[in-house]
Design a protein around this ligand. Sequence first.
Ligand code: ZN
Length: 281
Amino acid sequence: MRLANADGRAAFLVDGRVHDLAELSGGALPSDPMAVVADHWEEARAWWARGTTGDGVAADVVHLRAPVPRPGAVFAVGINYRGHARETGAEVPELPAIFTKYQQSINGPCGDVVGPAGEDTVDYEAELAFVIGKAGRHIAESDALDHVAGYMAAQDISCRRVQRAAGNQFSMGKSYDSFCPLGPAIVSLDELPDPLDLAISCRVSGELLQDARTSDLIRNVPELIAFLSSVLTLQPGDVCLTGTPAGVGVARTPQRFLRDGDVIETEIEGVGRLRNRCVSC
Ligand code: ZN
């Protein structure tokens, strides 16, 4: 299943067209994408299996928003690809380095990224994000993928100056409004060739700057779910960004930060692509 948020309404995304889920189901399913993720996921999958009817609407003429607009938690992971650990000179931590991106930072797959005035160290980080579909505590790695509703492409946009100036606390530098583009849809794992090995890339204004595979993650999705759920109960709709591969702007020579007018294209194999323009970056 590919569940998108078409201008605030839950919709199936099929070949670049959106099909309104409430209409398709004759009102059996809610229009709120968050309610579908949290309470009606399996019913939605059953409707997906029946196939869509009608033409739908071209996705580029509706405003696609974040498929999970109001998650209870947005976790993110620092230093989770070896290439990124090397380029930043960071040690791989003993436990996953979890921080949060606050809900206010959530942005859609085509939304503008708004750089804060006067900041010239705004950076891109292409990431695979997973969405929890089934609640759980103390989830075993072997059961972890059963708790995942699906994947999204994500950007962990980061103001490096604010991130670094706060010591070991990253969250504010990564939580400016618009700093967490997600989408284009929540893609269930049965749509993917191998959920643990997908190509991930980031282009900025056409230049390929990150190019890796999620099989290079130091802690892949099952291990992250086992760790997170050893601490707290994961709830349906919770989102986790799994870390970024090598190639971020701050670690390049010369450094390459985002500028006004840059277009960030973030792509995950089988999941889809985000296209976000930078405004006053
Ligand atoms: Zn990140």
